[in-house]
Design a protein around this ligand. Structure first.
Ligand SMILES: [Zn+2]
Length: 300
């Protein structure tokens, strides 16, 4: 099951039984479903949990069910839930303060969503019918997609009222409000009653952050080792050049001592090599001696 389906299943388990909220949830579903017109209501879904609660939810909200529910079709087992009885359609439109004969453009009638519990239920319905959330192991994305422009704008405002600031976009004639930040998606899902899904996003984020920091550390270490190795390589070449030219043996004892320690310990960093001296010398003193060796070799 996809992360989105799992999340929807969890939300379906937590859809409240209050009548005001059932009406609000159905409102969200209708404005985000396939068809909500004066001639027909058609909700198509392949989500088993959503398909299971739909008839109950409509019964609770309106006192009647669907006129027809199709058998599952296709590989994903999609079902259509249809109302085309004129009286039922009038009742549904009436419940949201619409006059079925004069409706031109869908708007969210915020008067129906006065209570906070109902606002949340509306978003639950919108998500079940027209939303999705991406597997957090891939990326962080939550969206609500509707064909109605005004509805999308008003859902945007509704989310603002609930304390979120979504972004807006459009795709193929549909209108989208979406979230991209993992923390925000966690909060939205928690609000919608999908706390398990929210937790999964949190742990995916922690895991990703940890991997990133480990990788950064490894990259940093690798870069440092590379730098040390390259510097040491240049010093070793210089020392062997001086040796071949019989110059090394003519240098002061301390220089020969440092050259020998470097030759014997090519992998050590400057700090480690400085500490290896007996008595220990400072890093800058060691750098000074090594630079002198490479300079001399450079002049050969
Ligand atoms: Zn309510």
């Amino acid at each position: 099951m996809s992360f989105s389906s799992e999340t929807k299943k969890e939300i379906c388990e937590n859809i409240t039984g209050k009548k005001c909220c059932a009406l609000a949830a159905c409102y969200g579903i209708l404005l985000y479903c396939n068809t909500f017109s004066a001639r027909e209501i058609r909700i198509i879904t392949g989500n088993p949990a959503f398909a299971q609660i739909l008839p109950r939810l409509f019964k609770r909200a309106f006192g009647f069910g669907f006129d027809s529910i199709s058998e599952k079709t296709g590989a994903r087992g999609k079902q259509s839930f249809v109302i085309n009885d004129k009286e039922k359609l009038s009742a549904v439109f009436g419940a949201y303060g619409y006059d079925i004969d004069s409706l031109l453009v869908h708007h969210v009638n915020l008067g129906v969503l006065d209570e906070d519990c109902c606002k949340v239920s509306f978003v639950k319905g919108a998500f079940l019918a027209g939303g999705s959330v991406t597997d957090p192991n891939k990326r962080y994305h939550f969206e609500l997609v509707t064909a109605h422009h005004s509805v999308s704008r008003e859902t945007y405002s509704l989310l603002l009222e609930l304390g979120f600031s979504p972004r807006e976009s459009s795709r193929k004639g549909n209108y989208i409000v979406y979230f991209k930040q993992s923390e925000v998606i966690e909060d939205v899902l928690t609000l919608l009653g999908a706390s398990n899904a929210s937790m999964q996003i949190m742990s995916a984020k922690i895991e990703k952050d940890m991997m990133n920091s480990v990788n950064r550390q490894v990259n940093c270490d690798t870069a440092n080792v590379k730098k040390t190795v390259m510097a040491a390589q240049a010093q070793l070449e210089a020392i062997s050049k001086l040796e071949e030219a019989s110059i090394l043996s003519t240098l002061p004892d301390i220089m020969q001592y440092t050259a020998k320690l470097r030759t014997d310990n090519p992998e050590l960093s400057i700090a480690e090599l400085a500490a290896l001296h007996n008595p220990p010398i400072t890093k800058s003193c060691l750098n000074h001696r090594l630079r002198k060796l490479t300079d001399m070799a450079g002049k050969l």
